[in-house]
Design a protein around this ligand. Sequence first.
Ligand SMILES: Cc1cc2nc3c(=O)[nH]c(=O)nc-3n(C[C@H](O)[C@H](O)[C@H](O)COP(=O)(O)O)c2cc1C
Length: 216
Amino acid sequence: MKQLLFVISMLVVTFASAQTTKTKMTNAPMVLTTFDTIKLLAPDTLGGKPLMQAILHRKSDRQFDTRNLSLKHLSEILWVANGINRTNGKRTVPSAMGLYPLQTYAVLANGIYFYNPKKHQLEPVVKGDYRSLAGKQTFVDTAPLNLLFIAKARNANDNFQMAMMDSGFCGQNVYLYCASEGLKCVVRAGAKEVELLKAMNLGENYKFILAQTVGY
Ligand SMILES: Cc1cc2nc3c(=O)[nH]c(=O)nc-3n(C[C@H](O)[C@H](O)[C@H](O)COP(=O)(O)O)c2cc1C
């Protein structure tokens, strides 16, 4: 009997320690040594605070630590911002007429990445620290993540009105996620638009719509 109790207690300790290690690992700041595709983690859809708590704490912040986000946080931010949440390919955010004109980019310290919602991964666009082009406020230069919501024109007369409206939903999802996870963020209408699109090699049919700085 004593032996059985010992085995059970060892199993409990091992399980608890594995869970702690897992938590520590998933919340550890990312170390980006290469500029490659970043395979994002599946979102923890059972995690987070109750919605009403997240709404209660939603706010804009303008002071950020330089510490990198964890892969878990980065993954879930991209998913809430513009990820796919149904088997029919539709997203975590609504889109006028289901057109999804917005593309989401992540400006990290080592480069700019394109978010591919189908593969739930970040794909390298341009290597280098381009954070200062992602905004006009100083915190943008050192924050670990600046999201960019960029629209591709649907036709020659596209005034990007639908894309602008869509971007509000992306921003609000990220705001609520941040409030739930104890992260800081702020949406920003300002960026060094012309230089930014040039650096990203995006042609005239693309328009910067909204940015969002995220960090600790
Ligand atoms: C479309 C839009 C654009 C914004 N642009 C900026 C910006 O460029 N820089 C900034 O610091 N805050 C920006 N904000 C954040 C607002 O200043 C902020 O939401 C407002 O002061 C209310 O504060 P709160 O978000 O903490 O409730 C923007 C908000 C919205 C909705």
